[in-house]
Write a protein that binds this ligand. Structure first.
Ligand code: ACO
Length: 214
């Protein structure tokens, strides 16, 4: 995605990390003109992602990023647009408190030896057995249309996994599109999703290798 301003001036790294402060670095934070351009980029990306997913409203915008405690990774191509750079895509993550129905496999598997892992307390109610957890969630993910299926999504996702030190199977996915489900299967062999009553998808891996109390 190209913009009528210098992308390399706003985003100095190939992958930039943005949070509530909405500044790629201290330099951007002190320049209102760069901040305004940065907000334009985020808004444009949010709209493009919503369009690609056929959503009626954007899940991501500069103002939402400022008001919610979510975090955004932005991938640029610094060489294109005559050296001004172009935006390749973004990935937004954040923690959400979720009630997740537990997989049958998990219930039938003996609890592992308790260790330093997160303890999941399972509770039975009329929907089945669920746990309350606050996992890191993928909330929005978009690679520019003409750049999809070139490995950029993987580059961005892997960057986030390393930065957060998290396994993809330990994350939850908010209303994943068929393309994202295919992406997760191809790159991380995540196939067995556990049916939920909310819009989130988690995989079998989510429930395993933790200390459990049912
Ligand atoms: N159709 C089906 N699968 C696709 C497609 C597509 N058009 N595009 C990517 N994929 C999946 C496939 O598994 C593909 O492997 P394949 O080409 O061998 O079939 C794999 O992703 C390719 O991996 P990358 O090149 O690393 O992924 P990409 O750079 O395309 O990024 C992404 C993946 C972000 C899902 C991208 O395709 C995209 O922006 N799609 C449109 C928006 C979208 O659906 N975002 C997810 C929203 S849901 C959420 O964020 C919780």
């Amino acid at each position: 995605m190209e913009f009528p301003f210098d992308i390399n001036q706003i985003f100095t790294e190939r992958v930039s990390f943005l949070d509530q402060n909405l500044a790629a670095d201290r330099w951007t934070a002190r320049r209102p003109d760069l901040q305004a351009n940065l907000a334009t980029v985020i808004d444009e990306l949010g709209r493009a992602s919503a369009k690609a997913q056929q959503l009626t409203a954007a899940v991501t915008s500069a103002s939402k990023l400022q008001s919610q405690r979510h975090q955004l990774y932005l991938l640029k191509d610094g060489e294109s647009s005559g050296g001004r750079g172009a935006v390749v895509g973004f990935l937004k993550v954040g923690h959400k408190k979720l009630f997740l129905l537990v997989s049958l496999l998990f219930l039938l598997t003996p609890p592992p030896v308790p260790g330093p892992a997160v303890t999941l307390i399972a509770v039975q109610d009329r929907h089945g057995v669920h746990v309350e957890a606050e996992p890191l969630c993928v909330l929005d993910f978009y690679i520019a249309e003409n750049l999809q299926r070139h490995g950029y999504g993987l580059e961005l996702f892997d960057f986030m996994l390393q930065h957060k030190n998290v396994e993809p199977g330990r994350m939850a996915y908010d209303r994943p599109s068929p393309k994202l489900l295919s992406f997760l299967e191809k790159h991380y062999s995540l196939t067995q999703n556990v049916p939920q009553v909310n819009n989130f998808v988690v995989f079998e891996d989510f429930f395993f290798n933790r200390a459990a109390a049912v």
